[in-house]
Design a binder for this molecule. Structure first.
Ligand code: DHE
Length: 546
C-alpha cells in the first residue's frame, strides 16, 4: 500500500517524546552503539519516525520495526531503505538532504535495538501537574466583558505554544493565552463559557471566556503526548466533565469539567479489530461528546475500535466497544448529530457510528487517505443531507448520504465524488446558512494549490469549483512556503476564515472571505500571529455546526 509524500510530511512531525527520559534494555544481538549514539538515535526517531512507525515500533502508517524484523534485515539493507526511501511511501532521508551518511548509519543500527519505553503516566503523575489557577468559587458569576463570546475564534499558534483569542466581530486579538506545546485543537464546553485546548505535549488548558480578559483557569498534563479533548454535552451533564485522550501512554482520562481534576483513567491497550492480536500502543485519536446519551465517543487508532464511554457512573464504567476499521483518525457528526463519521485513514474507509443505537451503521469505501477534519454537512439537491470528506491521497471529495429516514436508498453510501484541486487536502467546511463548500489543499506539493482553496456551489456541484487565491489576498511580501489551512465559519455563517500558515520566522495571517460574494473581507495580521493553523469558532464548535 503506497503512501503519498503529503501524508509522510503530515505524519513526520516531531513528537514531544524526543526529550523524555526512557528506560532502555540492551540487545546483545544488535550492532553496537555508544550511549551518546543511542541517545541521538532516539531523538531522531521521535522527531522523524514515531508518527508513522509508533513509539514501540509496532507499525501504523509505516511498517513495524521491531528487532525481530530489523535484525533479520541487517544494517546494510536498512541503510538503503532509510537513505533512498521506498515506493510505498518511506521518505528518502539521505537524498532529500534531511539526514547525512552518519545519521543514516546510526538509524540503521538504532532500529535493531529494543525500542526504549517511555514512562507511564498515572493518577499520581497527573495530579502532580494539575494546577487549579482560579477556583470556581473565585470566578465571575456573570460575563465580565463586552465581547460577543459566541463569535470568538480560538486560533492555534502552533510553534509558540499559545492560542490567540480573536474577536470575530471586530477582528481584534483579545488575548494570547499560554498553552501546551504545538496545540492541536480547541473545543468549547456545552454552555459555551469554557474553552479547552490540548497541546501535543498532552497539556490541557481551560480558558474562562467570562473573565474580563479571558485566560487560563486550570491546567493539567494528561500524559506525554496527546491530540484530543472534549467536554460532556448530554442534557443534565453540561460542563460537568471533560475528557482528554493521549497518544502516549495509550489511554484517556475523564476530568471534572470546572477544574480539570482527573477522576478516571482508562487504558486503550488491547486487541485489534481485524487480526485480533494484541497491540501495546493504541493511540487515542478523535473524541466527541454524544448528544443522545451521557457518552463520549472515543476513537482508538491502532485497534480500529470506537468506544462509547458512558460517563453517568464513573465507578461502574460501561463501555460499548464498536469494531470499525484501522487506523481511526479524525471525524465529525452528520447534520442530525446522530451518526459520527470517522476516517479510518489507512483502510481508505469512513465508519458511520450510530450514537443512538450504539452500533456501526456502515463502513464506506472512499478514496486514498480520507481526512475530513470534522467534515462538512450540506443538503444535496438529489441525495438529501450529505456529509463529506476530502483526501490526502487524491483530488476526490466524497459525499456520503446520511439520512436513512428521508432518503433510505442512498443512506451511508458514497453517492457522489467531486473532483477538487488536488491531493494533500486536510479540511473542508460548509454551514447551514451557506451555499458553498470550501476545500483546502495545504499539503499539496504544488504551491499554487497549497496557497489557494476550491469552492463549490452546492446547487451546481457539476459546474466544478472556483479557486480563491487566499495566500495572495493575505498580501505577505516575503513569500515563502505558505499553506492555506482550515476553512472555519463565523457564528452567523456569512464569512469564512482561513489561516495562511508560514514558517515560524515569517509573517502569517488570517484571511476572512465573504461567503455570499466570495470576495476578500478582511486580513488579520499581527506580529503575535506566529504559525496559525487550526481555528475554532466558539459557537460552531459548541453546537457541532459544520
Ligand atoms: Fe491534526 C485534528 C492528529 C498533524 C491540524 N489531528 C486532529 C485529530 C487528531 C489529529 C487525532 C482529531 C482530534 C479530535 O477531533 O478530537 N494531526 C494528528 C497527527 O497525529 C498528525 C498527523 C501528526 C502530528 O505530528 O501531530 C497531525 N494536524 C497536524 C498538522 O500538521 C496540522 C495541519 C497543523 C497543526 O496545527 O499541527 C494539524 N489537526 C489539526 C487541526 C485539527 C486536527 C486544525 C482539528 C480539525 C477540526 O476541524 O476539528
Amino acid at each position: 500500500k503506497s503512501v503519498t509524500p503529503a501524508e509522510v510530511n503530515y505524519q513526520a512531525g516531531a513528537s514531544p517524546l524526543a526529550s523524555e527520559p526512557m528506560y532502555q534494555s540492551s540487545n546483545p544481538k544488535a550492532p553496537a552503539m555508544t550511549q551518546a549514539e543511542f541517545e541521538q538515535g532516539r531523538k531522531i526517531y521521535f522527531e522523524r519516525c514515531a508518527g508513522c512507525h509508533g513509539v514501540l515500533r509496532k507499525g501504523a502508517t509505516g511498517k513495524p520495526l521491531t528487532p525481530d524484523i530489523t535484525l533479520a534485515k541487517g544494517t546494510d539493507y536498512l541503510k538503503v531503505f532509510i537513505a533512498y526511501g521506498s515506493a510505498a511511501g518511506m521518505p528518502n532521508w539521505l537524498t532529500s538532504g534531511e539526514m547525512n551518511d552518519k545519521e543514516v548509519d546510526l538509524m540503521a543500527r538504532y532500529i535493531q535495538q529494543d525500542p526504549p519505553t517511555p514512562p507511564e503516566f498515572g493518577m499520581e503523575q497527573m495530579k502532580a501537574t494539575w494546577k487549579l489557577l482560579i477556583d470556581p468559587s473565585k470566578r465571575p458569576t456573570k460575563k465580565m466583558n463586552s465581547y460577543n463570546i459566541d463569535n470568538i475564534f480560538s486560533t492555534t499558534l502552533r510553534d509558540t505554544g499559545e492560542v490567540a483569542l480573536i474577536d470575530g466581530d471586530t477582528k481584534q486579538i483579545i488575548n494570547i493565552v499560554k498553552t501546551g506545546y504545538a496545540v492541536h485543537i480547541s473545543r468549547t464546553s456545552a454552555s459555551g463559557r469554557y474553552l479547552f485546548v490540548i497541546g501535543r505535549d498532552a497539556k490541557v488548558n481551560m480558558i474562562d471566556l467570562w473573565m474580563e480578559k479571558p485566560d487560563n483557569v486550570a491546567e493539567i498534563r494528561v500524559g506525554l503526548e496527546a491530540r484530543s479533548v472534549d467536554t460532556s454535552k448530554y442534557k443534565g451533564y453540561e460542563d460537568k466533565l471533560a475528557i482528554a485522550g493521549s497518544y502516549w501512554p495509550p489511554q484517556f482520562v475523564i476530568m471534572k469539567g470546572d477544574t480539570l481534576e482527573p477522576l478516571k483513567i482508562v487504558a486503550t491497550r488491547g486487541m485489534t479489530v481485524d487480526k485480533q492480536e494484541y497491540h501495546p500502543e493504541p493511540r487515542v485519536a478523535s473524541i466527541v461528546a454524544s448528544h443522545f446519551k451521557p457518552e463520549f465517543v472515543v476513537n482508538v487508532k491502532e485497534t480500529g475500535k470506537t468506544l462509547m464511554v458512558d460517563y453517568s457512573d464513573l465507578n461502574a464504567l460501561k463501555t460499548t466497544e464498536i469494531g470499525t476499521a484501522r487506523f481511526l483518525h479524525d471525524g465529525g457528526w452528520d447534520s442530525s448529530k446522530r451518526y459520527f463519521m470517522v476516517a479510518a485513514n489507512q483502510s481508505n474507509k469512513i465508519a458511520a457510528v450510530d450514537a443512538k443505537e450504539g452500533k456501526l451503521a456502515a463502513l464506506i469505501d472512499v478514496d486514498k487517505i480520507p481526512h475530513p477534519g470534522r467534515g462538512a454537512n450540506f443538503i444535496h439537491p438529489k441525495f438529501g443531507p450529505v456529509w463529506s470528506t476530502g483526501h490526502l491521497g487524491g483530488d476526490s471529495i466524497s459525499l456520503i448520504a446520511t439520512d436513512p429516514k428521508g432518503h433510505k436508498q442512498y443512506a451511508f453510501k458514497q453517492v457522489a465524488v467531486l473532483k477538487g484541486q488536488g491531493g494533500g487536502s486536510l479540511f473542508l467546511k460548509s454551514h447551514p446558512k451557506s451555499q458553498h463548500l470550501y476545500v483546502d489543499t495545504p499539503l499539496n506539493p504544488d504551491p499554487a494549490l497549497s496557497k489557494s482553496v476550491a469552492v463549490f456551489d452546492i446547487k451546481n456541484l457539476d459546474k466544478g469549483y472556483t479557486v480563491l487565491p487566499i495566500a495572495e489576498w493575505a498580501g505577505i511580501s516575503d513569500g515563502g512556503a505558505q499553506r492555506v489551512v482550515q476553512p472555519e465559519f463565523n457564528k452567523a455563517g456569512d464569512e469564512v476564515w482561513f489561516a495562511v500558515w508560514s514558517a515560524k520566522d515569517k509573517q502569517s495571517a488570517l484571511v476572512v472571505v465573504d461567503d455570499k460574494t466570495l470576495k476578500l473581507k478582511a486580513v488579520i495580521k499581527d506580529p503575535r500571529l506566529i504559525t496559525p493553523t487550526g481555528h475554532f469558532n466558539v459557537y460552531n464548535t459548541q453546537h457541532d455546526v459544520y
